[in-house]
Ligand binder design. Structure first.
Ligand code: AP5
Length: 214
């Protein structure tokens, strides 16, 4: 089963994708994570990507499509979760073609709906484990009192350079201008499902589970 988690920054795509990996043996393909890995490589491309991400702009279609193309030839597990991809109509067309080429299909596009005020609160309170990527939140899921990640035991909590109000404003702008047209695109194809992303993490997971059982 291949699915897209579609939603603005902070909607909870990464949080839910990690659960699906654990519970359904699916493979998370997060272009954000791939790009963060690239920016630490020290290459010219990595440096260019870092500047774009920190501003809150989108990286070029060519780069992210190339990253996804590479992963589609790797292990398939219980299917792919596309997290943060596609983000433009060109990326959506490219994904359709890539899946076709691999004899694969898209099973559902799940739009996670969360209002802007909640997004700002979530993003500015987020931290992640630098070792395993586990996601925390100062308000709803604080870092453990013993200073060790609940998943891997590491003590290396980080905040993203683009998790500040100014970059977030630009990320939201990019979402509404370039990514939200995908809602109509997938609705017209009959692939779109909507989930209330404002509830507790467990409730959102249950709603996504229900969609996947259909
Ligand atoms: P990316 O890493 O994809 O970031 P994003 O889309 O902005 O999404 P986030 O990771 O910020 O949020 P999320 O929805 O995963 O929320 P999370 O689960 O962490 O992209 C970063 C940048 O890379 C882009 O700006 C762009 O420059 C570039 N890029 C990436 N993909 C690209 C592409 N395809 N094309 C071009 N450029 C691309 O949750 C957020 C917080 O809320 C956490 O603290 C979490 O604990 C908390 N939380 C989650 N769920 C709940 C809940 N139900 N209730 C309460 N709190 C919750």
């Amino acid at each position: 089963m291949n699915i897209i988690l579609l939603g603005p920054p902070g909607a909870g795509k990464g949080t839910q994708a990690r659960r699906l990996v654990e519970e359904r043996d699916m493979i998370q393909l997060s272009t954000g994570d791939m790009l963060r890995e690239a920016r630490t490589s020290g290459t010219e491309m990595g440096k260019r990507v870092a500047a774009v991400m920190d501003r809150g702009d989108l990286v070029t279609d060519e780069i992210v499509i190339g990253l996804i193309e590479e992963k589609l030839s790797g292990p398939q597990g219980g299917g792919f979760i596309f997290d943060g991809f596609p983000r433009t109509l060109a990326q959506a067309d490219a994904l359709g073609e890539l899946l076709d080429r691999h004899g694969s299909t898209l099973d559902a596009v799940i739009e996670m709906q969360v209002d802007d005020a909640a997004l700002v609160a979530r993003i500015t309170a987020r931290s992640t484990c630098g070792n395993c990527g586990e996601v925390y939140n100062d308000i709803t899921r604080p870092q453990p009192a013993d200073g060790k990640c609940v998943k891997c035991g590491a003590s290396d909590f980080r905040r993203r350079a683009d998790d500040n109000e100014e970059s977030l404003k630009q990320r939201l702008m990019e979402y509404y201008k370039k990514t939200s047209p995908l809602i109509g695109y997938y609705y017209a194809k009959g692939d779109l499902e909507r989930v209330d992303g404002l509830g507790e993490v467990d409730d959102v997971a249950a709603a996504i589970g229900k969609v996947l059982e259909q």
